[in-house]
Design a protein around this ligand. Structure first.
Ligand code: HMG
Ligand code: MG
Length: 298
């Protein structure tokens, strides 16, 4: 009873690059996103309209948004923390906005400088304004399994945040294993709770692969009917406010799994490989994806 089709959101240009120390030239980011646009992927999160003092690697979000070549079959989204970020994103061009907050109080404060309670009115306004501009909104909830400061987070706490975000009008929610710590039994527990309240098509899973558990967690999620996942090309990335956390699960590895299982994605693995090698060359270091390394050496 696995899904026949899985939708991937490529978050490499955002989650992947946000924590990189080396600056990638804007022209290279644009060329790379243009390659990704031709891979068959349906959504690309191309950058973040956050405070560039906090995330310098994505300080060129506006220029990137203005200059990428838009494929009409791709939805281009970006991270927005507040109305100021949303206004910049709308100017640069987005098809969809992604708002974000954390299920754990301390991670929320570290990440966006506010308590959970103080974050709600900010996101409510962003969501309402995005909808008024005709843009769908995804709500990210971080630290849905474990918080780097508080430890285990109860599914009921995650549900509480989801309830608020859905009440404010988000179209769907991406549940983030920010520090890549979950094992499948945690995924089962959380999905038992969340899917009791919301249909599976509203839920996206966002796994970081710090401990190599992401593929097992995706498999478990699919057994619960989830067919939307975030992944990052080559496994690039990490959250700057979650020390030691590795990148997202690699798009390359997810595609190897899904296509091997006969699950359709619409994505061309060869094009993902080429785009991985391109950004790997620009970063000057090997990316963590095992499928990427295997194919590159074959
Ligand atoms: P703040 O400092 O609390 O905001 O930042 P403020 O409203 O007090 O403003 C302070 C300064 O920031 C002002 O500038 C504002 O203009 C500026 P100043 O007057 O001092 O020169 N500012 C902005 N500039 C540009 N764009 C903006 C913007 N907003 C304010 N949008 C804020 C609050 C949220 C903006 C800040 O804390 C921030 O940018 N944090 C970055 C958070 C971030 O990007 N984290 C990583 C992404 S989340 C993630 O990775 C998790 C996820 O992948 C899921 C998962 O894995 O779990 C999504
Ligand atoms: Mg993330």
């Amino acid at each position: 009873n696995l899904p026949k089709y899985v939708q991937i959101k490529e978050v490499g240009p955002r989650d992947g690059l946000q924590n990189e120390k080396s600056w990638i030239d804007t022209a290279d980011k644009i060329a790379w996103i243009n390659m990704l646009s031709e891979s068959g992927v349906e959504e690309i999160e191309y950058s973040s309209f956050v405070n560039p003092k906090w995330i310098p690697a994505l300080a060129d979000a506006r220029e990137v948004g203005q200059k990428i070549k838009r494929n009409p079959n791709v939805s281009y989204s970006a991270l927005v923390p507040n109305v100021k970020g949303l206004d910049f994103a709308l100017e640069a061009g987005i098809d969809r906005a992604s708002v974000f907050m954390s299920a754990s109080e301390s991670h929320n404060i570290n990440n966006i400088n506010k308590s959970i309670a103080d974050t709600y009115p900010v996101l409510k306004r962003v969501i309402e304004e995005a909808k008024r501009s005709g843009k769908p909104v995804t709500g990210y909830v971080s630290t849905v399994f474990d918080c780097p400061h508080e430890g285990r987070i109860a599914p009921s706490e995650v549900l509480r945040v989801c309830e608020k975000l859905f009440e404010f009008g988000v179209d769907d929610i991406s549940l983030g294993d920010t520090i890549g710590s979950a094992v499948p039994s945690q995924v089962e527990q959380l999905l038992e709770t969340v899917l009791h309240h919301y249909p599976q098509e509203k839920i996206i899973m966002h796994f970081h692969d710090t401990r190599g558990m992401a593929i097992a967690n995706i498999m478990t999620s699919m057994q619960y009917g989830i067919n939307r996942f975030d992944s990052s090309i080559g496994g690039l990335g990490g959250c700057p406010y979650a020390p030691g956390a590795a990148g997202n699960v690699a798009t390359n590895d997810v595609l190897y799994l899904l296509h091997g299982l006969g699950i359709h994605t619409g994505i061309n693995e060869q094009k993902i490989q080429e785009a991985s090698l391109f950004i790997q060359g620009k970063l000057g270091k090997a990316l963590p994806s095992k499928s990427l390394a295997y194919l590159a050496s074959a």
